[in-house]
Design a binder for this molecule. Structure first.
Ligand SMILES: [Zn+2]
Ligand SMILES: [Zn+2]
Length: 178
């Protein structure tokens, strides 16, 4: 998962040497990064604008706490008609970082004097992308027969229902005529 978040630089890293020296010290962060398109569960997620991470980072007895917000502007496709949809997604961030091995499962790890926020950002993006992406609740989708967008055109195609009894009849008929 980690490696899937590709960005153009290393902007999502911060140096924390000043934080870990003094307990309780805090710092504002304001990071921006342009991300490449990612594919998740068959959805292509395109980042129209650089993602933004803003907030406060502070040292609480060796645990680095980050509280802030992640702002995304993404383009997704409707699951039914594949129309492009632009969405603004604002995510509340409340995470903890530790450099010790014994830590709760939901803590992120860091080593040395820098923290790379990329894995945390990636997890937050994936958990906040809507499961159901629709241009509207009553999107009619694409016609299974002719492929036209049924929101724009009424093609009157008949969608054939598969009926096993009909299939059996056809087989019988084929035999009789052989
Ligand atoms: Zn749609
Ligand atoms: Zn059709």
């Amino acid at each position: 998962m980690y490696g899937m978040l590709r960005s153009e630089g290393e902007m999502m890293k911060i140096y924390i040497s000043d934080l870990t020296k003094v307990n309780g010290i805090q710092r504002e962060i304001n990071l921006q990064e342009k991300l490449e398109e990612i594919n998740f569960n068959g959805d292509n997620i395109r980042f129209i604008e650089p993602i933004k991470l803003t907030g406060i980072i502070r040292d609480e007895s060796g645990i680095i706490k980050l509280k802030g917000e992640l702002n995304l502007v993404v383009e997704l496709n409707c699951h039914r008609c594949s129309k492009n949809l632009e969405q603004v997604i604002n995510i509340c961030i409340d995470e903890s970082y530790t450099n010790t091995e014994k830590a709760p499962d939901d803590f992120y790890k860091f080593s040395g004097n820098e923290i790379d926020f990329s894995p945390m950002i990636f997890d937050n993006i994936l958990t906040n992308i809507p499961m159901k992406i629709l241009c509207s609740e009553d999107c009619k989708g694409l016609c299974e027969v002719c492929g036209c967008n049924r929101n724009l055109k009424d093609c009157n195609c008949k969608i054939q229902q598969y009926d096993p009894r009909f299939e059996a009849l056809l087989k019988l008929r084929d035999k009789e005529f052989r």
